[in-house]
Design a protein around this ligand. Sequence first.
Ligand SMILES: [Zn+2]
Ligand SMILES: [Zn+2]
Ligand SMILES: [Zn+2]
Length: 328
Amino acid sequence: MAELRWNPLLRDWVMIASHRQERPQMPKDWCPFCPGSGRVPDDYEVLEYDNDFPALMQNPPQPDDVATSFYRVAPAYGKCEVILYSPNHTVTLPELSVQHIRKLVDLWVERFETLRKDPNIKFVFIFENRGEVVGVTMPHPHGQIYGYSWIPLKILRELESAELHYNSYGECLICRIDREEMEFKNRVIIENEHFVTYLPFFTEYPYGVFISPKRHVGTISDLTDEEKNSFAMILKETTGMLDSLFNYKFPYMMCFHQLPVNVDRDYSKFYHFHVEFYPPMRSKDKQKFNASSETGAWALCNTTSPEEKAEELRQAYKRFLEKMQGGK
Ligand SMILES: [Zn+2]
Ligand SMILES: [Zn+2]
Ligand SMILES: [Zn+2]
């Protein structure tokens, strides 16, 4: 079963994808993403791979006959892609060279451009879940792309806030947040010519950094060649910094927020591309759980001080740079 069901309380779609439960257990020493598996080319560097068990499809099945005059269903229209970062089974994002990550950036841009050509797709979501605590079953380095046929609620809320802000102040909300952080300085962790990484004032995640371009750019497609190189660099440094916090591969959710596509409303003046990280740990071995307040009321709670955590992240970043200079 694969369909969308409308949640009238939240006014948002829920993806029902019960066929995903039937995903087979993989044989222990076999990986479909490794060259030689027969599932991928023998000589790729980065690769798009259509998800074998997609929650969204460009030829979705008929929804089950469960709708009523009140409850709505819709076909599970969209696309789910897997983005393979490297043919090497054990390497992860911060261990790739900047030139290699740049190839990944180019692949993201190419997939974004391809998906936006489908007029039924309204939001292209590029993301990575890393680590078993966020449910990753396949260690081979990869991210994903979902092409949704609607603008998901969190994104919509950001866009609406950005529009309200623009109407009052005549400026993009993300540009304003970036400026606040860069002027305050204490939560800025990494900065290069075109990008900045900071731990935002309002973060609910102890290590929930954002990466933002310094120029007002709506999507990754709008980045210049030089900006794409800077982005590759800051991605490596930001994820490397997270790994240097406690010297192990730090789990995270990495989420790209960009302008929606194929929608009537033009948000391009109000809002710009940024990356949000959600590492599910609040210390070396303690997980941050979303419990009743967070899940049942969306009343979020960060039990740490962002200014203190920013300092801890800067120290981790320093250690990462030293390790890089030490020839690793
Ligand atoms: Zn593999
Ligand atoms: Zn902006
Ligand atoms: Zn955002």
